[in-house]
Design a protein around this ligand. Structure first.
Ligand code: ZN
Length: 439
């Protein structure tokens, strides 16, 4: 409780007050990983005016009238972006999701999302992409953008598009008499229906389309090894989305289905667990992103092991059988040169945990940081605004107390977070020994 209060006390007053005043800032960074360069720069000053970076200067400079933020012993990076989140999703190790959904409504979940998004920005994430929400998700995105509540800049999809009895069909495995308004919003059983769903999602405020061409693991009754949408359905969804300026993220496991979805033109393959070298080669050729989401497999594998009773009915064996494969497959993806963007597939919990999983399974620390910054922005289509520390970009910045390339564990403990020129987190300077007084 005390820790939470302290974090809130640090975060909220700055969040609330700094929006009102717009002072020129000069941030002295001991090192800068700008998100695009191959190597860090040493001792630079990042100049910020209002919500934007106006310059990156060598050395520590302090223009007249600018307020200096001293991060001269820290490494500064672009704010992190998590490309696969579910803002209201609760950790399976703590909550029985089936029971929770029976006893809570969309407004309750929006309140949960507000809490999880406040925590996420404190972890260093100034951006996120929700791939599978509802009208509540759109509202939380807008509340953050309007400055009503703290959180990352969000792009959101609505209900994942997929067939009857697929991974996104909420009826699967339940008494067939049960239903809920909205459960049909993602169902696609013909190309024509796909076209209509995409247009409906656009109308309701989606930034992108999430599609589930294959079965999944955490859902009752479907098979992750099968392609469930037809190639024609996928192509119609992709073409309609692209015509409306929306990208398509596709949740897919089986190799053949990934190949077909990439051919259909999806912008990213989410999970991609069973992809082979041939499919990665096609993804590289077409520039399709892979979002490996290793975090969620760790989280669900452990839950299936320790608390199978908390998972959706009948899914623990699916988790145990499939969740270790994505880690084993990541080195092949890295070797193939496919573009990788950072995604955890969680809402509640530690969004920084993917860094160590990527680094332990074949990525360099620099490439893992790029996956969460410049690559993530490229996938989201927001590179002109975020993902790198350059003049003209939004001032979305994080810092860690040391060198994250030598000690990647630092990425789990950011000491400073700025979003749009507003400080959301600034850890106190380390206390000097003996200064704390005598009781
Ligand atoms: Zn997901």
């Amino acid at each position: 409780m005390k820790r939470l209060m302290t974090a809130t006390a640090i975060a909220l007053p700055m969040f609330l007050s700094a929006t009102a005043e717009a002072k020129d800032l000069a941030i002295h960074a001991g090192a800068l990983i700008d998100g695009v360069s191959a190597q860090p720069a040493r001792q630079v000053t990042i100049l910020v005016k209002d919500d934007k970076i106006t310059g990156v200067e060598p050395g520590f400079v302090a223009p007249a009238g600018a307020e200096v933020i001293d991060l001269s012993t820290a490494t500064l990076m672009p704010g992190f972006i998590d490309c696969h989140i579910h803002i209201a999703s609760r950790l399976p190790s703590k909550t029985n999701e089936t029971e929770y959904r029976l006893t809570h409504n969309d407004i309750d979940r929006a309140m949960d999302a507000v809490v999880f998004m406040r925590e996420m920005v404190q972890q260093g994430f100034t951006g996120g992409r929700d791939v599978g929400g509802g009208d509540d998700t759109v509202s939380v995105r807008d509340a953050i953008n309007d400055g009503k509540v703290p959180g990352p800049r969000l792009l959101v999809s609505l209900e994942p598009l997929g067939p009857t009895a697929g991974h996104g069909d909420e009826h699967s495995g339940l008494d067939s008499e049960l239903s809920h308004p909205g459960w049909e919003n993602g169902i696609v059983d013909t190309p024509e229906q796909g076209r209509i769903r995409v247009r409906e999602h656009k109308r309701r405020g989606a930034n992108l389309i999430k599609m589930m061409p294959s079965g999944g693991i955490a859902s009752t009754g479907d098979n992750p090894h099968l392609q469930l949408m037809t190639n024609e359905e996928m192509k119609t969804v992709v073409d309609t989305a692209h015509a409306l300026g929306m990208k398509v993220a596709a949740h897919i496991y089986p190799d053949e289905a990934i190949y077909n979805a990439v051919e259909a033109g999806v912008d990213s393959v989410e999970h991609g667990s069973f992809a082979t070298a041939r499919t990665f080669a096609l993804m590289k050729q077409k520039g399709t992103y892979l979002v490996p989401t290793l975090t969620v497999y760790d989280v669900y594998y452990n839950a299936a092991h320790d608390h199978p009773e908390l998972l959706a009915p009948g899914t623990a064996p699916k988790e145990l059988a499939n969740d270790l494969l994505p880690k084993k497959n990541l080195p092949l993806a890295v070797k193939s040169g496919v573009k990788i963007a950072y995604g955890t597939d969680i809402g509640e919990g530690d969004h920084t945990s993917e860094f160590a999983l990527l680094i332990d399974n074949g990525m360099t620390p620099m490439d893992a940081i790029k996956a969460a910054t410049s690559n993530a922005a490229d996938l989201l289509g927001t590179s002109a605004q975020v993902g790198s520390v350059q003049a003209g970009k939004l001032a979305d910045l994080v810092a860690v107390a040391g060198d994250p390339l030598k000690d990647p564990a630092l990425l789990r403990h950011v000491s400073f977070v700025m979003k749009g020129g507003v400080v959301y987190r600034q850890n106190a300077e380390p206390t000097v020994a003996g200064m704390e007084g005598g009781h």
